[in-house]
Design a protein around this ligand. Structure first.
Ligand code: SF4
Length: 379
């Protein structure tokens, strides 16, 4: 088997794990040092931390989505971590990413810095700034979204906390860019909030040449887009989620009522003019419309310089779509391969795609890496 064939085989296993998750044995979880010396996964693993991710032999990054029923398992045996499938060894000697040291520090006002700013991948300091979305109050949340579900107190992180935590991540060398995400705050106050937060970060770091992304619901008032650019953001994200107008209306009622599909697309086009070709991202939730429809959206957006990113759907507890299944790994693989081809043909570079969408585990990035020989093992 050639290295490229091996890389595709690893990508198929990764797609399976992206859809069906991975079981982590108790022994592997305890021995891994997750939450102590090894970076732990997201909020859902807070009680029993598991490693956030591992790499396949050829270097594909696999995020660990725990699922006790998965055929895939991370086990610990003979002093090594193994990945098995149905009990058979798949990969030996798994290694996990080190936990940032600043995760053990607190801000001046006593918040754990890891709860304020977490490192995703690729040096991305992620700020989930609030658990509020104004659409939930009106029962107009996007049907797949868990923001605000079952949350006790609404939180809104303070600019000073964020700036202090970002500085800690930058000083340690584990962060070198910033990504904000969150819901819609009533009266669209997130726009002023973003402006204040980026100003605080710039002042605390003493520099203005930041790679920083702001995620907002597309505004009807397009001046907002310019405002965020002038405030210091270099990337803007506005997630239309669904390209089919009727399904968008059904799945994203708040976005439909307050903005509307046509205005959303117009805002993305406008943003590409303000932020530049390849500096605007638009996420899609996949599996609720025909694959060709999502690809049609990615193709149109690429033609105007917007990077469409197809997320793999995972149903979240407490949402109207709880219990719904994700399409098969094969379905997702085909979508992502075609998405990579569309973006490449549209003139988007790999650097722009990974800069705009700074995660290490997107399947379309992997197709790109393999096709262009960008995996270190293929160089
Ligand atoms: S607007 Fe964003 S945060 Fe609010 S429900 Fe939709 S996806 Fe979730």
């Amino acid at each position: 088997m050639s290295l490229q064939e091996q890389a595709y085989a690893e990508l198929r296993e990764k797609a399976n794990m992206s859809v069906y998750g991975v079981r982590v044995s108790d022994e592997a979880r305890e021995k891994s040092g997750a939450g102590v010396t090894v970076k732990e996964g997201g909020r859902e693993t807070r009680e029993k931390p598991v490693p956030a991710a591992f790499r396949t032999p050829l270097g594909l990054n696999v995020s660990v989505t725990p699922n006790p029923d998965s055929d895939y398992a991370i086990e610990y045996s003979g002093g090594r971590f193994l990945l098995t499938r149905k009990g058979h060894l798949l990969y030996d000697r798994l290694e996990f990413e080190k936990r940032p040291l600043y995760y053990d520090r607190k801000t001046s006002d006593g918040k754990w810095m890891k709860d304020v700013v977490s490192i995703v991948t690729n040096g991305c300091a992620a700020v989930w700034y609030s658990n509020e979305c104004a659409f939930r109050r009106r029962d107009e949340s996007c049907l797949f979204c868990a923001t605000g579900v079952g949350e006790g107190n609404i939180f809104l992180k303070k600019s000073a906390q964020i700036a202090e935590s970002v500085k800690a991540a930058f000083d340690e060398g584990v962060g070198w860019r910033i990504d904000f995400t969150g819901g819609v705050i009533p009266q669209r106050r997130e726009i002023d909030y973003y402006t204040d937060a980026i100003r605080a970060i710039r002042e605390t770091l003493g520099r203005s040449d930041l790679i920083a992304a702001a995620c907002i619901a597309a505004p009807r008032d397009l001046a907002v887009v310019k405002q965020l650019k002038e405030a210091g953001f270099s990337i803007i994200t506005m997630n239309i989620e669904i390209w089919d107008k009727n399904i968008f209306r059904a799945l994203c009622p708040g976005k439909e009522r307050t903005v509307g599909w046509d205005n959303w697309v117009r805002a993305l086009e406008f943003a590409a003019g303000v932020f530049g070709f390849g500096q605007v991202r638009c996420n899609f939730v996949t599996g609720f419309e025909p694959r060709r429809k999502t690809l049609e959206g990615i193709e149109y957006l690429a033609s105007v310089g917007v990077i469409g990113n197809a997320n793999i759907f995972h149903s979240a507890p407490g949402t109207p779509l709880e219990g719904h299944r994700c399409p098969t790994p094969e379905w997702n693989l085909e979508l992502h391969e075609k998405a990579a081809d569309i973006l490449r043909a549209g003139g988007i570079t790999f650097e722009q795609a990974t800069n705009c969408h700074p995660v290490a585990d997107a399947l379309y990035h992997d197709f790109w890496r393999i096709k262009e020989g960008l995996l270190p093992a293929l160089l």
